[in-house]
Design a protein around this ligand. Structure first.
Ligand code: ATP
Length: 890
């Protein structure tokens, strides 16, 4: 079909749809089953079997399997089978961990997938873009990503960036007229819009002509499978660490084996011991557990309303030292209500709440009828006409489709008996120039029933005063004299200092023929007056700001709103400490980057700024060494969001462009959610540190017990298969449970972590080595006590060593929960850990007491009295160091 050659009407008819009702649900369902979901086919995923096999390509596992082969060749079948069983068990655990991590990351992708506005059964609805079918009528505006290929039905100043398809970085200007130019290229099809391209300006509607692989994007889908790396800095560092550990482990293993052979141990025995030790020393489970901890953390964050789009952000969150946050909707509720109207030095109070048309107008506490005051009536009328929002009633409640600022203006007009639908009987809207935060105004061209045309403009008062040359003042139109200008400015200040957001309304008559540009429409205006609305702060934000301050994180408000309004809200939120200051967009523009860098630390509120300023602010703060989190919602916010260390977008009001640039999406647009995300980010990092500490100390303990024994000329204190069991089975679950630990109480009283901090910072290396040393020593002592008592019962002494090692690790795991000491936290505070430790104890007991397993694991049932020795020795490493720490403290 040559859609571009058809008229819009013709196209929609050809698709058996219409632009008033859209498709019916039933019809949409049928079409979906005929055409499939509107998705690009993803590159083939590795199958479950491949993923399972991938678990065995790990270097150490290959070594182990080699060892199995040699054992088998030497006729040691029990050893060989046991090793295979353990390797398989480990592989299955690894497979499930990876699957789980992958699943939750996939779910995440789904959550942050764009929604589209679609007309179904006469009602505009939001739905995931994969639900679109041919014939669906969709609408879009600046910041949206087009959900499918569409034939445009209407376009208002519509510009779309199509570089992904055409390579052209300048946005294409779109229109609806049919084209007849033979075989145009994609870039020339100005009456079509393509799946995946971005609306950079204006708005439009269209009918879906192609979905999924049938779209222009689908045809080149293979080219654009974007493989975003989902690896965090810590994971990268751990990979490097892993390589170093392999070398260290191999050297130590060679040392142990060398000494063992010199001391007269059998070659085969030392070979297996060497392999087991190498496996013990290398924390091969670590990367998988890190991934699981990250993905489980990400799931917890979803429950707290933040969606992580880029995994590395989880770590960076813990380093954040400044949060730059929008005011409207993030710190405030974005539930606007007009409470005062001002014109020509007269002020009226407006009552009523929400978007309901109930409420009245009062002057000096006396109720008045708006129709009796010409200016009041005009402000209300123009406020409702120059407006792209819509109020509707559903089950007795008034709701808003659109921007709350505009909703408030519609509600105010309705209270004055001037609802928009009624006004539209008398006025026709000929053109609309939408609001954007850089211009800080919007305008419409209207024609009244007598054919007179006007430009109606609404916007930030200071901007509109600048664009006006006259004002309606004392019953007539007058030149905007310095006196009138001053009076208006004073009124703005007085309203703003009451934390009210003010919108000015102005207009000008136009000739009744001919078009007009946006620039022309918005200059030489006649100023009418002001509408002032409340937007109360979100109740939880004040506390969140305080908590951030305690956590060493500065909060900065960035707003397009008036300086005085911003300051008044900041005061209510207790945002500006003594010595802190407010800077406006004008001053910001005049400062060089260097000057801003010097000033930035003292500024807590940037007001009347444009989105372009945000980038400058981010850069200034970053050059001061800050790790900056920055929020935004519009198209113009995207560069700053991208440049910030943690770009944050809004789930409700955010555009697709902002969301895609961001690392984190706030589902509820709420500032307090940023604080929760930071807390969770810090916690995830600390938990990863906890199990690194646990696993490495355990490994150090295992190596040392073998090394000491070899040096002392003793028999092997642990049988290779026992070492494997400890490492690949009993260690894993407690480590996972540490990944689920709750944050320590003082987590948000600490300073942000330095982003370059190494894995072993803050004394972690010392903790690993000292605990590891003591675990090794305690195990060896327990072994020696029993071995000296009954030298002929070697297997019994080895079983004691095995039990002591496992128990020492399982006690030590509780110590790992705190940066300070085991006595700082309730040991029962993490139920997963209790469960994990219990199951590890059971797994240990099974190989000690279950007769069929005893020959395989070379174990002997431990007598009750010897458990005293085991537990006594096992608790020494933890309690000795923790105790010494306590005495040092007191
Ligand atoms: P934030 O605090 O998130 O930056 P903001 O809404 O205060 O949000 P902008 O959206 O950039 O910032 O708005 C800047 C100014 O433009 C507002 O103070 C207001 O005076 C004016 N304004 C806001 N919305 C509209 C609109 N829909 N039409 C006309 N003027 C508007």
């Amino acid at each position: 079909m040559k859609w571009h050659e058809m008229g819009a009407e013709e196209a929609i008819e050809a698709l058996h749809s219409n632009d008033r009702e859209g498709l019916g649900q039933e019809e949409a369902r049928k079409r979906k089953s005929r055409y499939g979901t509107n998705e690009l086919k993803e590159a083939e995923k590795p199958s479950a079997i491949l993923l399972f096999l991938a678990q065995f390509k790990d270097f150490m596992v290959v070594v182990l399997l080699g060892a199995t082969l040699i054992s088998g060749l030497l006729g040691e079948y029990i050893d060989a089978i046991a090793i295979i069983a353990i390797v398989l068990l480990n592989g299955i655990l690894g497979y499930y961990q990876e699957r789980r991590a992958e699943k939750s990351l996939e779910a995440l992708k789904e959550l942050s997938a764009p929604q589209v506005a679609v007309l179904r059964e006469g009602e505009w609805r939001k739905c995931p873009s994969k639900e679109l079918v041919p014939g669906d009528v969709v609408k879009f505006a600046a910041g949206d990503r087009i959900g499918a290929d569409v034939r445009l039905l209407s376009a208002r100043g519509l510009e779309i960036e199509e570089s992904a398809l055409t390579g052209e970085s300048v946005p294409a200007v779109k229109s609806v007229e049919p084209l007849y130019s033979g075989n145009p290229g994609l870039g020339d099809l100005v009456n079509l819009a393509f799946m995946g391209t971005l609306v950079t300006r204006g708005s439009g509607t269209g009918v879906v002509i192609g979905t999924g692989m049938g779209t222009a994007m689908g045809k080149i889908a293979d080219l654009i499978q974007n493989a975003e790396t989902m690896i965090t800095p810590l994971q990268r560092r751990l990979e490097q660490l892993g390589k170093i550990l392999i070398i260290v482990a191999l050297l130590l293993t060679v040392l142990v084996v060398g000494i063992g052979v010199l001391q007269g141990h059998e070659m085969y025995e030392m070979f297996l011991a060497g392999v087991s030790l190498a496996v013990a020393a290398i924390p091969e489970g670590l990367p998988a557990i890190v991934t699981v901890a990250l993905s489980l953390g990400v799931q917890r964050m979803i429950k707290q309303n933040s969606i992580v789009r880029k995994l590395p952000a989880v770590e960076t969150l813990g380093c954040a030292s400044v949060i730059c946050s929008d005011k409207t909707g993030t710190m405030t509720q974005n539930k606007m209500t007009v409470v005062k109207i001002w014109a020509s030095a007269l002020e009226w109070d407006v009552t009523g709440t929400g978007y309901s048309p109930e409420g009245g107008f009062f002057r000096n506490d006396k109720k008045i009828i708006p129709a009796e005051n010409k200016y009041l009536q005009q402000i209300l009328t123009f406020g409702a006409l120059c407006n792209s929002a819509r109020l509707f009633e559903k089950e007795g409640v008034y709701a808003l489709d659109g921007d709350p600022t505009e909703g408030a203006l519609l509600a105010a007009a309705a209270k004055g008996g001037l609802p928009k639908d009624k006004l539209l009987h008398n006025f026709r809207i000929l053109e609309e120039f939408p609001f954007d935060s850089s211009r800080k105004m919007m305008s419409v061209i209207v024609e009244d029933s007598s054919g007179k045309r006007y430009a109606v403009v609404k916007g930030a008062p200071d901007v509109l005063i600048g664009q006006s040359k006259a004002a309606l003042w004392e019953q007539k139109q007058q030149i905007l004299s310095p006196f009138i200008r001053n009076s208006i400015t004073q009124a703005v200040h007085s309203l703003a200092s009451q934390a009210l957001r003010t919108i000015a309304i102005a207009f000008k008559p136009l000739p009744s023929q001919g078009g007009i540009t946006q620039f022309e429409a918005e200059r030489d205006l006649i100023f009418i007056g002001l509408q002032a609305m409340i937007d109360p702060p979100r109740p939880e934000v004040k506390k969140a700001i305080r908590e951030c301050r305690q956590a060493g994180i500065k909060t900065v408000m960035i707003t397009g709103d008036h300086v005085i309004t911003a300051k008044a809200i900041a005061k209510q939120l207790d945002l500006i400490p003594a010595g802190g200051r407010v800077m406006d967009g004008q001053e910001l523009s005049t400062l060089s980057e260097e000057e801003l860098k010097d000033a930035a630390d003292d500024v807590y509120v940037f007001a009347r700024v444009s989105p372009e300023h945000k980038l400058k602010i981010v850069k200034a703060l970053q050059s001061k060494g800050h790790i900056v989190a920055m929020t935004g919602d519009g198209v113009n916010d995207a560069p700053a969001i991208k440049a910030a260390d943690i770009g944050i977008s809004m789930g409700i009001t955010g555009t697709d462009v902002a969301k895609e640039a961001s690392a984190l999406i706030l589902v509820d647009d709420n500032f307090a959610t940023i604080k929760s995300a930071i807390r969770e980010g810090r916690n995830i990092y600390e938990n990863i540190r906890k199990f690194i500490r646990y696993l490495l100390a355990s490994n150090v303990g295992e190596i040392l017990v073998m090394l000491f024994a070899m040096i002392m000329g003793l028999p092997l204190p642990l049988v290779p298969i026992q070492i494997l069991w400890v490492n690949l089975v009993t260690d894993g679950l407690p480590a996972m449970a540490l990944g689920l630990d709750k944050p320590e109480d003082d987590l948000m009283n600490r300073k942000p972590r330095h982003p370059n901090e190494g894995v072993f910072a803050r004394g972690l290396a010392w903790k690993v080595l000292s605990r590891g040393f003591l675990i090794g020593a305690a195990t060896l002592i327990a072994f020696l006590v029993v071995y000296n008592r009954e030298p002929e019962q070697l297997a019994y002494a080895q079983t004691i060593a095995f039990a002591t090692l496992v128990m020492a690790q399982l006690i030590h795991v509780f110590d790992c929960r705190s940066e300070r000491s085991i006595f700082e936290r309730n040991p029962f505070g993490n139920p997963y850990l209790i469960g994990a430790v219990a199951s590890s104890i059971v797994l240990m007991a099974v190989v000690i007491y279950y007769p069929p397993l005893q020959p395989i694991f070379h174990t002997v049932a431990i007598e009750l009295r010897d458990w005293l020795l085991v537990l006594g020795m096992a608790s020494i490493p933890t309690f000795l160091l923790a105790g010494s720490l306590l005495t040092r403290k007191s």
